[in-house]
Ligand binder design. Sequence first.
Ligand code: PGA
Length: 249
Amino acid sequence: MASRKPIVAGNWKMNGSVELVTSMADTLKNASNNKIDVLIFPPFPLLSKALESGIVAGAQTVSQEDAGAFTGEVDAKLVAELGCKYTLVGHSERRSIYGESNDDVAAKFEKAQQHNLTPILCVGESEEQREQGLTESVVSEQINAVINKLGVAALVNSVIAYEPVWAIGTGKTASPEQAQQVHKFIRDEIAALDVVVSQNIALLYGGSVNDQNSELLFAQADIDGGLIGGASLKPNAFVNICNSAQRNA
Ligand code: PGA
């Protein structure tokens, strides 16, 4: 019997303000989300404010190194000490703009878990890769970088977010069928190694999710919530998205 709980996570990227944390906290307080987990990934300087305001919050990335002489980097241990439970690893913007390789992402995944943070591993293909029929091989390579390093059991305390690069910030979301197809592929790949792990891991969809398309996406059998970028900066839209996950839980 699967025990996965849907998650709706807002990725604020390099956006947001102290004021937005306050209005998000107020809006979320009035929402009823007892069947799902709701969290946000604000920029680092807003983490304490978000946590103090009663929002579950996590880091957008962490260093693969332990504390030391790494100017500008952030230590997973410190993120955990603040009271965070989650971190994103391998978001496509980290991969494409900051050159994070699959090996770097696997190292960050490991570091996060060492400090009791649940990594949300982001995977997804570019438009060109999809057109070339490479979606499945790209996604499985990204996931296998973690499995080969840490074993399939490492997925127990983790989440995977499938975010096709061509759908991020473009308004061009994957159709529910396209998303479900990749989610099922991911779950089947994990099931080939460990059925229990595959049934329990939450698989989130991300890429132009908004409060108009979330209901149908979250109704898919293998979609357990979403990683929301642009729409997570609008408290009312974000709560509407949470509500659709709650209805489909
Ligand atoms: P988007 O971003 O919802 O703005 O497409 C999603 C993400 O990058 O996590």
